[in-house]
Design a binder for this molecule. Structure first.
Ligand code: BTN
Length: 261
């Protein structure tokens, strides 16, 4: 059963109101919960019930937050932004939705806080060699639920991932306004999503490449058919697949796990 939403906390309400003109499809419907299992599940349920695209589901805390590839996403109260949006992209736009989201989160964090981050294929946001945000796209034929997890305070990640994770406040050494971060990320996502539907995906791929420059040219490792392979991450193609140089040839990796060495 879906829990009852709560009133949007002031820090989010104020920022949403100020950013309203920039929020596009996300300007009208934001549901906030004090605690849910996963905001992706709540958004997915609404999507299956036929809700229009643009619904935003925000939670203060998740008890079963999930990441890619079956991992969990630590989601303690107040320490991060845990949000999912319902999209109904065309088939062409759907291919680049997570790439667009990576660019949007990077840009939203920069405009709200001044912190410069970069993207790491397929959809992680990194700074100083550590992960700061992740994106989980889950879809059905009729919709995509895009879940964004952004570490705002160090408490957002458990000690066992402390070596690999960071937060906006840890990087900046000062408190930041979560409302502003969310509003700027949603505004950037609305704008990139509009570009996707205006057949301007090439510009998004180009923006992604610029924000991924510290990662491109690095060695990556992955498994396929039970074997370990390595190569040099060269680029992403126009569909968002990772192009890896292996020996004299190149390989296209569409999904799955890639380890950056
Ligand atoms: C990853 O990097 O593995 C993706 C992490 C995505 C986490 C967010 S938090 C909001 C939404 N709800 C979830 O359960 N997961 C996503």
């Amino acid at each position: 059963m879906t829990p009852d939403p709560i009133t949007l906390p002031q820090e989010f309400a104020d920022a949403q109101a100020i950013a309203r003109e920039r929020l596009g499809i996300f300007k009208d419907r934001i549901l906030c919960y004090s605690e849910v299992g996963s905001t992706n599940d709540i958004a997915g349920t609404f999507a299956e019930q036929g809700v229009d695209e643009g619904l935003v589901v925000l939670a203060d805390r998740q008890t079963a937050g999930r990441g890619r590839l079956g991992r969990s996403w630590a989601s303690p109260s107040g320490a991060g932004i845990y949000v999912s949006v319902v999209l109904r992209p065309s088939a062409a736009a759907a291919r680049l939705v997570t790439i667009a989201a990576g660019v949007a989160v990077t840009d939203g964090i920069a405009s709200a806080t001044g912190l410069s981050t970069h993207v790491k294929w397929p959809n992680d946001v990194h700074v100083s060699g550590r992960k700061l945000a992740g994106i989980l796209a889950e879809g059905a034929a009729s919709h995509v639920v895009l879940g964004l997890g952004i570490n705002v305070q160090p408490a957002a990640y458990p000690p066992d991932v402390a070596q690999r994770a960071t937060s906006i406040e840890a990087e900046l050494g000062r408190p930041v306004d979560r409302g502003l971060v969310l509003a700027d990320c949603l505004a950037a996502l609305a704008s990139r999503y509009r570009e996707l539907h205006e057949n301007r995906g090439a510009g998004i791929v180009e923006a992604w490449r610029m924000r991924a420059s510290p990662m491109l040219g690095r060695r990556v490792e992955w498994e396929s058919a039970g074997e370990r392979h390595t190569g040099l991450a060269e680029n992403i193609d126009d569909d968002g697949a990772l192009i890896v140089k292996v020996g004299a040839g190149t390989l296209r990796i569409r999904s799955g796990e890639v380890r950056w060495l």
